[in-house]
Every structure is written in structure tokens, then in C-alpha cells.
Design a protein around this ligand. Structure first.
Ligand SMILES: [Cu+2]
Length: 121
């Protein structure tokens, strides 16, 4: 019995390590040098601003929940970047100059107002 349980225990440990990797919210693997962006999610299905600014390059994005409904944060046409809350999530994304659209992909949230511009310059 002991022999058969060991491989199962090892598999569970490996699965737990993989789940903690957090690679899903890091599109670039870049190292943020200076720029930080904080976005707050509110229970009225809005972010705390309609437009955000950031400097071009590797941006550390912090997503905080001011309410109790779960939300996500994605950037249109930047596949691989996704934050999910809960409480708080942090990820990095490497962006060139331009205007991007932030949104929450939970059903109905973007349509209700969970989207904002991100102006990178
Ligand atoms: Cu949402």
C-alpha cells in the first residue's frame, strides 16, 4: 500500500508547484524597471478610472478589488496577460507606445462598464 501511494503523493506535489507558478498572468516575463500601474475594480462593475497612463516598457500592474465580486483584468490584443481577483493580483506586461483597452472578461462586466483606456507613452 505504501508503495502505491508514493507516486500519487509526488504527483500531487508537482501539480501544486505548477499551480503556484503564476505564469498565466505574465505575458512577457519582463522585469519592471520603473513603471507601475494600479487598477482598482469596483462592485459597480467599473474600474476606478476611465483612462490610465503608463510609460512604455515593462509595466508592473497591480489589480486590487475594492468590493467582493471576482474580476479579471485583460488588455485587448495582448494575449497572455490576465490578472484575476479575489483580493489582489500582480503581473507584468511589456507595452510599446499606444492606446490599449483594459477590460474584465467575466460575462457581462465589460458591457456594464468594466473597460478603460491605457495610454502608454
Ligand atoms: Cu469584472
Amino acid at each position: 500500500m505504501r508503495r502505491t501511494l508514493l507516486p500519487i503523493a509526488a504527483a500531487v506535489v508537482l501539480a501544486a508547484l505548477a499551480a503556484c507558478g503564476g505564469s498565466d498572468d505574465d505575458a512577457s516575463g519582463c522585469t519592471p524597471i520603473a513603471d507601475e500601474l494600479t487598477v482598482l475594480a469596483q462592485d459597480d462593475l467599473k474600474f476606478d478610472a476611465e483612462s490610465y497612463d503608463a510609460g512604455a516598457g515593462c509595466i508592473e500592474v497591480t489589480y486590487e478589488n475594492t468590493g467582493s465580486i471576482a474580476h479579471t483584468l485583460l488588455i485587448k490584443e495582448q494575449s497572455g496577460f490576465k490578472l484575476s481577483i479575489g483580493d489582489t493580483d500582480v503581473g507584468t506586461v511589456d507595452l510599446a507606445d499606444g492606446t490599449y483597452v483594459l477590460y474584465c472578461d467575466i460575462a457581462g462586466h465589460e458591457a456594464a462598464g468594466m473597460k478603460a483606456d491605457l495610454v502608454v507613452s
